[in-house]
Design a protein around this ligand. Structure first.
Ligand SMILES: Nc1ncnc2c1ncn2[C@@H]1O[C@H](COP(=O)(O)OP(=O)(O)OP(=O)(O)O)[C@@H](O)[C@H]1O
Length: 601
């Protein structure tokens, strides 16, 4: 359990707003329909709002002032004014409903699309990507980052509606009085300056927050996943301390962003209010000069009043942009893995090499492999062949590269150099889907879903009941499955806890067999199964299934069932041959004797 070192978040390279515009315009293009309706709703709202202030001015000049001066109210005009105000209020309400409903639809659909893209990428990337990325970090990209980057979309339609509002208001103010308008217009550049100061300061802390969210998720994930180790070694306090450290770092970065927001928000709030005071002062002077009427001043003040809240919304939006940009860039890093992947498999699709539906000969040709995290090769110049239908045992001391070789052979990871030939064809030239259908690997640790035995074996292959039963039979699991309370339909607990280790391994093996693989790799997949049952399984693989099999062996009984043995040491093949042939090699003989001694103990 290693804590992720807090890496430096991205440093601003280009204007945050410019990058924000690029990010958000991309999101809008993902679901343009609902977004366009939301913007129309916002424009309708703005139009009705400005219309309302004009009506207010008209009511002041034509209804209220005459009523005060003459002492009588003209009923028809008053009713007309009331009807206009009610009508405009209704139009405004409709605008709000459209803006909110379709705006939320656009943002949520975008979030769903991004989440799907991220998770699809996780499924498509080579295993090496997962080996080098902590699970908590992957979860944060699919969840917290998607949420943070699409949050800016919620106030966006209103913010665009505001352009209409500002336009209408400036025209309306200009019609009232150009000097009064100039006072109002002055507020906008001030807002822009304040925002620029804010975004320049908040970007790095915002990136830090997203980074620490991933870190906390990672620590939490490791604690849950390693619950058994934590409990048995009494590491509860250490884990709590580790989580506290990670949360403290997240808290510190959130507080830093909070402090910046705390300064920014009141400033953005105050600016329109200061503008209103200035407007009333200038307006009162213009009224005394006789340049504007009382109604004009009421209209101008009301216009400014209605601008205050939308300006706040622009503020919300501008606050969200830096967070949106840093999260978008974190997501983009994941999505960028894909084009490389398509390029790598593109040749395969174009070449369209076909491997047929018979036991496949498999060969490793000068295979070398180095894990991305290390510089030392784990496999070095590995060369050997397996004939179609042959059962080959792979043996070697711990850490000699057996598991790595297994993954390279089924193309879960690509060799750093050299090639794997399946059915005589370079695995890179075979359609990946076809390769996946014809080859299978089963690991020592078998993950079973909290679902029925049937579903765990069939796993969306659409395999018939007969095929599932046949696979269970070859895996020597049919007997105990039939004795379960609901047979094939017995639902297994999380990770199949209600089954023993050996039973779980056999269900996992049946899951691979139901696909009728033509090349099967068993990486310690029968370690918890007793040797008699293991012998029956291998016999079934030869007779009932007909597949080429590579089995990582840790027992003499397993080795003796194989046609040939590949002896791996330090990532190199040191010998290939039958068990008897290899016994003349002292290292091999020592290794096998150690296996025998283990059984005797
Ligand atoms: N994800 C990884 N990143 C970096 N190095 C790794 C990774 N996985 C394995 N290794 C290293 O590669 C070497 C070979 O590991 P591998 O698991 O292939 O050996 P193995 O022969 O299967 O061992 P065992 O019998 O103990 O399962 C080891 O030195 C191991 O530390």
């Amino acid at each position: 359990m290693t804590a992720t070192a807090p890496d430096t978040p991205l440093v601003p390279t280009r204007s945050v707003l410019r990058r924000g515009a690029r990010v958000l315009s991309g999101y809008i293009r993902m679901h343009p329909g609902p977004f366009a309706i939301a913007v129309i709703g916002a424009a309708v709202f703005s139009g009705a709002l400005v219309g309302g202030t004009a009506v207010l001015g008209w009511v002041t000049d034509d209804v209220i002032v005459p009523a005060i001066e003459a002492g009588e109210l003209e009923l028809a005009t008053a009713v007309g004014a009331a009807a206009a105000i009610i009508g405009l209020t209704l139009v405004r309400a409709v605008g709000v409903v459209f803006r909110r409903y379709f705006g939320a639809m656009a943002a949520n659909r975008t979030a769903a699309s991004l989440r799907r893209d991220v998770t699809d990428t996780y499924l498509d990337v080579p295993l090496s990507y997962h080996l080098s990325a902590p699970t908590g970090e992957l979860l944060a990209h699919a969840d917290a980052d998607v949420e943070a980057t699409t949050d800016a979309m919620f106030p966006l339609p209103f913010s665009t509606g505001i352009i209409t509002l500002i336009l209408f208001s400036v025209i309306a103010l200009a019609l009232v009085d150009p000097i009064v308008m100039a006072v109002g217009v002055l507020v906008f550049p001030l807002l822009a300056v304040v925002n620029k100061l804010y975004t320049a300061r908040v970007e790095v802390p915002a990136a830090m927050v997203q980074h620490h969210v991933g870190e906390v998720a990672n620590v939490a994930h490791e604690s849950f996943d390693g619950a058994l180790v934590v409990k048995t070694l009494g590491r509860e306090d250490a884990e709590v301390a580790r989580m506290a450290d990670a949360s403290d770092r997240l808290l510190a970065s959130r507080l830093q962003v909070g402090r910046l927001r705390a300064a920014f928000e009141p400033t953005m709030d105050a600016l329109p209010n200061i503008g209103t005071v200035a407007l009333i002062l200038v307006g009162a002077w213009r009224l005394s000069e006789g340049a504007v009427s009382t109604g004009d001043l009421v209209t101008a003040t009301a216009l400014f009043g209605i601008l205050a809240f939308p300006m706040r919304v622009v503020g919300f939006f501008l606050e969200e942009v830096p967070r949106s940009v840093v999260s978008a860039e974190r997501i983009q890093k994941v999505l960028d893995v894909r084009p490389g992947l398509v390029a790598a498999t593109g040749a395969a699709h174009a070449g369209g090499a076909v491997i047929d539906d018979a036991p496949l000969p498999v060969a490793a040709e000068h295979v070398a492999f180095t894990y991305p995290a290390t510089s030392q090769p784990v496999l070095d110049d590995v060369t050997f062949e397996m004939a179609a239908g042959e059962v080959v045992a792979l043996v070697g001391p711990t850490g000699s590269g057996k598991s790595t070789l297994c993954q390279v052979l089924v193309h879960l990871v690509e060799p750093t150099s050299g090639a794997v030939r399946v059915g005589g064809v370079d695995a890179r030239d075979v359609d990946p889907d076809l390769l996946r259908a014809r080859t299978a690997i089963v690991f020592q640790e078998s993950f079973l879903f909290a679902d029925s035995v049937r579903s765990n074996v069939a796993l969306s292959t659409g395999a018939s009941e007969e095929a599932v039963v046949e696979a269970l039979r070859i895996a020597q699991a049919d007997r105990f499955v039939s004795e379960l309370p609901d047979g094939l339909d017995t639902v297994m607990g999380e990770r199949g806890v209600s089954l023993s280790g050996g039973q779980r391994q056999r269900v996992a093996l049946a899951r691979a067999l139901v696909r009728r693989p033509r090349f099967l790799v068993l990486d310690d997949a029968t370690s918890a199964v007793d040797p008699v049952i293991e012998a029956r399984i291998l016999d079934g693989l030869r007779t009932a299934l007909g597949t080429t099999t590579l089995i990582v062996a840790h027992r003499l009984s397993t080795i003796e069932l194989a046609d040939r043995v590949v002896h791996l040491d330090g990532g190199r093949v040191v010998a290939v041959g039958t068990h008897e042939e290899l016994l003349s090699h002292p290292d091999y003989e020592r290794l096998v004797r150690a296996y025998e001694d283990e059984v005797m103990e």
